[in-house]
Write a protein that binds this ligand. Structure first.
Ligand SMILES: [Zn+2]
Length: 189
């Protein structure tokens, strides 16, 4: 199973399963940021304590929601699939991804790093295996015919001029990650 993590979705699997962007987290985060601004403004007012407890409450709810989501996704993946291939995002292009992610994805790289860790330890618990592959060009190569189809991040659909394959960009990436893993091409640790 190939897993593509978090550009416009949280995770897309090579069998077509999609864990979409976490809109509720985004809402909670905006609420927290709004409260934070208000708290900063009223720092010296007598209402300060009330603001602070509201702020702490919002933070806790936001964090709990995200953790529950990450646990749910990692549990599903780790239990369902015997061999899981993922991109090694510590290797290349992480910063570029961060910048592009902040435009589309509610989770930052730290959250996606935690998701990766959770998938790893939960797979270990169930006797399943995680292997990492080289992340370079997984979104650019056609998973149908292997030709290079250059596209920037705003292009959400992969469309191959050679073989005609048309599919969601992240699914195409997940399928490439799967093929790379099957080809026994894990990135050397
Ligand atoms: Zn093609």
């Amino acid at each position: 199973m190939g897993v593509d993590l978090g550009v416009s979705n949280v995770a897309v699997l090579s069998d077509g399963k999609v864990f979409g962007n976490d809109h509720e987290y985004k809402r909670r985060k905006e609420r927290f940021e709004e409260l934070h601004r208000s708290f900063s403004k009223h720092r010296c007012s007598p209402d300060n304590k009330k603001h602070l407890s509201k702020l702490q409450h919002a933070y806790k709810k936001m964090k709990n929601h995200r953790n529950n989501t990450l646990h749910g996704i990692s549990k599903y993946i780790a239990e369902k699939y015997e061999t899981i291939f993922m991109e090694d995002l510590s290797i290349s292009g992480l910063r570029k991804r961060s910048r592009s992610r902040s435009m589309t994805q509610s989770y930052d790289d730290a959250s996606l790093g935690r998701l990766t860790d959770m998938i790893c330890y939960k797979s270990e618990d169930t006797g399943h295996t995680v292997r990492f592959v080289d992340p370079r060009n997984t979104s650019q190569i056609c998973s149908g015919c292997g030709c290079f189809v250059k596209k920037d991040l705003s292009v959400r659909v992969h469309q191959c001029p050679r073989c005609g394959l048309t599919m969601d960009r992240d699914l195409n990436a997940a399928r490439n990650i799967h093929s790379l893993g099957l080809a026994g091409n894990p990135f050397p640790a």
